[in-house]
Design a binder for this molecule. Structure first.
Ligand code: A2H
Length: 253
């Protein structure tokens, strides 16, 4: 962990009923996969959610109405940030593995896709954020390659019980223009660097370095309420909008 605390926006990705058998006892509650992001302005381009198949998660009571599915480590941090029904004490309704979450249909704020699915990503770290990641393949090289892997490898889909209709047809949603990279910066940089898979760590680090700063300094929104505004300006506005409407919360670690 870094020396400076990192502030994330937690996106509340709502589990759409009917719940599968494993989650059935929670039906009637507002259950969310809570994804940690540094890029709230990219939420228009969400195509799916990522979970770690072997990851350990739990369903934790955040207040009288909301339940967040996150790692227990994140639940403890949340409990010390006024995000637990019982102050400073996480209350876990059920333990879940990432495999239990694959295929859940979700409704996520700002996403142009009305329903998106939880899918497996093999490089998720369980000691960062909530262990849940929202996927924006237009602007995140990690997300683009993990989705590309699922699209290109039927055996990978089969291994994790991923239905074809959850990933095909794979459509990147353009949301931000970067003069140097166009409207799908992550896709372009992954192709330019000839990145082979989500496990190509060194090249992905380079791709992230190339797109992340450029997106912030040179990017312009091409969709949504702040269409035409620089990413730098739109970012805090979109973040505040999500926080005000209650579809996201702040989380630090
Ligand atoms: B970002 P940092 Cl469009 N394991 O959100 C792996 N990755 C994780 C994670 C975990 N446990 N928790 C969060 N993340 C991802 C959007 C995005 C992100 C875009 C472009 C770049 C980008 C959509 N995915 O991150 O190490 C989340 O993905 C580039 C680094 O704390 C989160 O923001 O800097 C980011 O990594 C946090 O990474």
């Amino acid at each position: 962990e870094g020396v400076q605390p990192q502030e994330y926006v937690l996106i509340k990705m709502e589990v759409v009923p009917p719940f599968p058998p494993k989650l059935k006892t929670m039906e009637g509650r507002n259950v969310y996969l809570a994804a940690a992001t540094l890029r709230p302005e990219t939420m228009y381009g969400q195509t799916n959610c990522w979970v770690l198949p072997d990851g350990k998660y739990g369903a934790f009571e955040i207040n009288d109405t909301d339940v967040f599915i996150v790692t227990s480590r994140a639940a403890l941090n949340l409990a010390y940030q006024n995000l637990s029904r019982v102050p400073e004490k996480p209350t876990c309704l059920m333990e879940l593995s990432g495999c239990d979450l694959i295929g859940l249909p979700l409704k996520s704020p700002l996403a142009f896709n009305e329903i998106i699915y939880a899918l497996p990503m093999l490089t998720i770290l369980t000691d960062k954020g909530t262990g849940i990641v929202t996927s924006v393949p237009s602007d995140s090289p990690d997300d683009f390659m993990a989705l590309q892997d699922l699209v290109a490898k039927p055996a990978l889909r089969q291994k994790y019980g991923v239905k074809d209709e959850w990933v095909l047809p794979f459509k990147v949603v353009p949301i931000i223009n970067i003069p140097e990279f166009g409207d799908k910066s992550a896709e372009k940089v992954c192709l330019d660097l000839k990145i082979k898979s989500q496990n190509d760590k060194e090249k992905l680090a380079e791709a992230k370095r190339m797109t992340y700063l450029k997106g912030f300094t040179d990017g312009t929104m091409i969709v949504g309420e702040f269409n035409g505004r620089k990413v730098q300006e739109a970012k805090p506005l979109i973040k505040n909008k999500l926080l005000e409407e209650g579809t996201a919360v702040l989380y630090s670690e």
